[in-house]
Structure formats: C-alpha cells, structure tokens
Design a protein around this ligand. Sequence first.
Ligand code: ADP
Ligand code: MG
Length: 396
Amino acid sequence: MTFRTLDDADLAGKRALVRVDFNVPMHEGQVSDDTRLRAAVPTIEKLRAGGATVILLAHFDRPKGKRVPEMTLAPIAAALATVLGSPVAFAEDCVGPVAAAAVGALKPGDVLLLENVRFHAGEEKNDPDFAKALAANGDLYVNDAFSAAHRAHASTEGLAHLLPAYAGEQMRLELTALDKALGNPERPVMGIVGGSKVSTKLDLLRNLVTKLDKLAIGGGMANTFLYAQGHDVGSSYCEKDLAETAREIIRLAGQNNCKLFLPIDIVVAEKMAPGAAARVRGLGSVDEDERILDAGPESVERLCRAMANSKTLIWNGPLGVFEIPPFDKGTMTAAHCAAELAKEGKLVAVAGGGDTVAALNAAGCADDFTFVSTAGGAFLEWMEGKELPGVAALAS
Ligand code: ADP
Ligand code: MG
C-alpha cells in the first residue's frame, strides 16, 4: 500500500495532532522504560523543523472511558521533556476548553501532550462527535502509533477521516520493514513461528503458509504438530484437541508449496525449572513424565542452514522456554544465526512479539536484526494478514 508521509505535508504554522504510543512501563509513578518516547522523537523533530506546533495524543492503560487519576499522562510529559531536551506542555483534558486553551497558547515548534484519550468513552467507541472534538485542535493528523493501529478508535482511525492524514516517521519505518518482510519480500522468504500455543496463532499460521516459501514451527506449539503426526510427547504442553487443525495446516502448507520445518530432535526434562537436567532426544523417545522444553541441536542447525539459504526471515515466537536456562539454547542459537546473517547483509531479518523481543534482547542481538517490532497485537494481526484500520485510513 502507499500512504502519505510528512514529506508530502505543508507544515509551516500548522497545528499537527499526532497520535503516539506512550503506553510505557511505569514504576512507582515514573517512566521505567522510555523506548516508546524515544521512538516518537523523529516525528516530533520533523514537525518542529517544518514550523508546526506539535499536539500529542496518546492513551495509557485501560481507564475504560473514565478519568482515573493513576492513569494520567502527566508524568509522561515530564519524561518526554527529558528525552527531547526541551519543555513539553501538558493539558488536563484532550478535548473541550482546557485542551483548546493549551493549544491556543502554542507557538510554532512547541510541544503539548494532551491527557489520556481513553478518559473519554468516545475514544474506544470511535464516536464521531468525540473525533470531531479532537479534530477541532488540529489542522492535520499524523499517526505514529503502529502498535495501536489494529484498533479503530477515534484517535487512531476516526481522526484520519476528518483532517489531512499522514504516517509519522516511526509508522513509516514500521510499515516499510513489514512490507519488506511479508508484503513484498525478496525470496526465498522463511518464517519461524514459536511460542506456547497453536490456539492463539491459528490465523497467523494459516496466513503464513500461503505467503512463505519455508515455515519453521517451534516452541510449545510444535508439540501439538508432533502429536498430530503420531509422535509421543510425554507430559509436554500440547493442545491435543487441535491435532486435526495442525494436520489441516500441514496440508495447507503442502498445497501452497510452503516447506514446513518441524523439530527433528528435542530437549526434554522432567521439570520446568532453572538448571533442570536437560536431555536431547530423537522424536518418539520421550518418556511419560518428560516434557519437551526446547528444540534440539540438529533442529536448530537445520533452521540456521535454511536461514542461510533464504533472503528474508520473519520471526514470531521463541523456540523453547527461553525464560528458563538451559531451555533458552535453541532460541539463542537461532537468534545469533539470524543476527549474523542480517549483519552481513545476507538476510532481511524482521521479528516481533512481546516474548520474542525479550528473547532477542536477552540474546543481545536485537540491534543486528533488520527490524524488531515492539508493536505486539498490531504486529500479530498484521502477520495474520488482517487489514489494520489505523493503517488503512492513511492510504493515499
Ligand atoms: P510472543 O509474545 O513473542 O508472541 P508467545 O507469547 O506466543 O510469544 O510465546 C512465548 C512463550 O512460549 C514463552 O513464555 C515460552 O516459555 C513459551 N514456550 C516456548 N516453548 C515452549 C514449550 N516447549 N513448552 C511450553 N512453553 C513454551
Ligand atoms: Mg507473549
């Protein structure tokens, strides 16, 4: 898809309403991780450089349409000022006279953060009157919150229909990376899908087998596939009622010429505990009281070879219980392989998903990936092939 970016916008003297994702981790009233604040800087600086005033819209947590004092964005305005190295004004409401007065006081280059949009029920309902009230404070709309783009809310979707709408710099980066990974990838394109449950990733698997040349399945969900193929999985986490679904996905992969990689060896233990005695086993030799907790070394080596023979990799979900060593080994080894290939310019490597990001950070190789999406739910819906309303509304 094509979308308008800030390069297409006339910014001088304009009031830019910018939807950002400031749903940051907080600890004792303080921002404990400012990654999302830093992600908004390129858009803010580009608008300021163009002579616009910057009016930021964001949500925090789930106040469900009511003013919840603990969910105020006030501490975030202070943290953003630190990140920007310049003042950030704050208004205690995102619509109405309080917001209008704060916006009216701005000069070109000033930055204002408006209070939590979810304090109003109209936000999540995408209420047209609420969207109009938001739009009253802007001349143009910029969406820089890909991670909220799977929701059709007033500040993520409704506003785009009321004002000239543009993708922000972070949104542009994210959409470009995702397009390179799955929309328009250099082939062969390979996927790795892991994590705990098949049930949460059915749509994702069904979509991927129609788009990818190769798909590796790992983590807990691989157990369900192994079980579906008649292998004993002992006491492993396994969704036995999804065996037929797993077989359907295997058939669908075959019909679409997507080569599936299931584990060919596994790591088992009797307990899911740090340092538990881990044994490498071939398929079909798992004892009744053993659990499969990681991919085996041969499986991982085969994945690394498959990556080396691919041009593009899209990865969601760890290959094992990466939180508990030694069951992190498969995920760590595969992560290093992908990072190395990406660093050498041989592979476009894109990854996303809450636990996947944590695993890549633990491996210390997130920076070597071509792109790591922290968008969570929006990333997964995009991998499922769904249209994201917040992105669709920016189409030009
Ligand atoms: P993401 O957040 O990246 O989308 P998921 O939430 O789907 O990933 O999956 C991550 C979880 O899967 C981790 O908590 C990990 O411990 C778990 N997991 C991986 N392999 C196994 C396994 N063999 N058995 C049980 N849980 C597993
Ligand atoms: Mg998760």
